[in-house]
Design a protein around this ligand. Structure first.
Ligand code: GTP
Ligand code: MG
Length: 339
């Protein structure tokens, strides 16, 4: 299955209708004045964010969007009819750039937010506009303007406060299931998660934050290994990253310290700004450790990994430590907001 969070489309707004040169013809009026109407405007194309849409998949199938042209003007002062606009519905969090120049066109971060992506051409002027005291029978009229045409790049960047980062099977989806109402699939094989999932974590009636669960990352992701690292874009707008580590891997040949380093390495390769975001270490699957050697095992890991930042030990399976972690996250986010 392909990970659809990016698309390239073409948008062609409609041409404006032409104005006409026409003269009044009426019985008993020998030389009627100019009465050529204006052309109607061409249809424009808008993008509108909608919270009920969550992928850009539709735009992989429908790549070309064309609005109609306006009608030409007619005689007897009749204006051409304007064409209808086209509205492209996209998920909230879609960033639209000009594919050629890279210019940012819109960042649709809120439901119903609307942006003009291709302007329809203005209608041309009919000759009734050109009448002057010295020229009572103008033959001039203008053509309708061309509509704007361009290629757009649509990119979905989820709007979440907290992003989950980790190897496949680390327990990211299990964590989001235990702390929120989100129900992503959990399984004991790698790359269970193919699409990002959002979960709302409610720590009190009026206090909540949004977590993004994304596919697992592996060494070499920057070069395309596993599912690649493109989905890291979803972490771009988060304010805190949780690096989830499986502290008790089933397979003895797996070294959690090496794995944790590999993840951070990939993060750095992807984007320095993401690498510099606040990041906490979350040691997961503590239920797999013997109670009497639990603390020792955690300390051993922290020492070997040389971690100086904040860390938490949890079991996403039993929920142990998850509540404390969520409260700490909420506090961190609120402090950040106040600052
Ligand atoms: N014992 C134990 N197992 C866990 C824990 N958390 C997750 N698991 C198991 O680990 C496996 C992988 O969990 P997922 O939540 O799917 O892992 P993920 O990080 O989302 O994996 P991908 O989506 O493949 O990247 C599943 O079999 C889970 O049941 C935990 O705290 N303790
Ligand atoms: Mg998962």
């Amino acid at each position: 299955m392909k990970f659809i969070d990016e698309a390239r489309i073409e948008v062609h707004a409609g041409k404006g209708g032409d104005g006409v040169a026409h003269f009044r013809r009426e019985k008993f009026v020998p030389r009627g004045g100019p009465d050529g109407g204006d052309g109607g405007h061409g249809g424009s194309i808008y993008a509108v964010a909608n919270r009920n849409i969550n992928t850009l998949i539709d735009y992989h199938y429908a790549r070309i969007h064309r609005a109609r042209g306006g009608e030409n003007g007619r005689g007897a002062d009749q204006y051409g009819k304007g064409a209808e606009d086209i509205v492209l519905r996209v998920p909230v969090g879609t960033v639209i750039t000009d594919a050629q120049s890279g210019e940012l066109i819109a960042d649709l971060a809120a439901h119903e937010q609307k942006a003009l992506v291709a302007r329809g051409g203005k209608g041309g002027l009919g000759n009734l506009h050109f009448k002057t005291s010295t020229n009572r029978a103008p033959r001039q009229c203008t053509l309708g303007e061309a509509g704007e045409s361009r290629e757009l790049r649509l990119e979905l960047k989820l709007l979440a406060d907290v992003g989950l980062l980790g190897m496949p099977n680390a327990g990211k989806s299990t964590f989001i299931r235990v702390v929120s109402a989100a129900r992503p699939k959990v399984a004991d094989y790698p790359f269970t998660t193919l699409h990002p999932n959002l979960g709302v974590v409610r720590v009190a009636e009026d206090r909540s934050f949004v977590v993004a669960d994304i596919p697992g990352l592996i060494e070499g992701a920057a070069e395309g290994a596993g599912l690649g690292h493109q989905f890291l874009r979803h972490l771009a707008r988060t304010r805190l990253l949780l690096h989830i580590v499986d502290i008790a891997p089933f397979d003895d040949s797996v070294d959690p310290v090496k794995d944790a380093r590999a993840i951070v390495n990939e993060l750095k390769k992807y984007d320095q700004a993401l690498y510099e975001k606040p990041r906490w270490l979350v040691l997961n699957k503590t239920d797999m450790l013997q109670a009497d050697e639990r603390d020792q095992a955690l300390q051993r890991f922290l020492k070997a990994y040389r971690w100086k930042g904040r860390w938490f030990a949890i079991s996403a399976l039993t929920g142990e430590g998850c509540r404390e972690l969520c409260f700490a996250i909420m506090d961190h986010l609120t402090e950040k907001q106040a600052a």
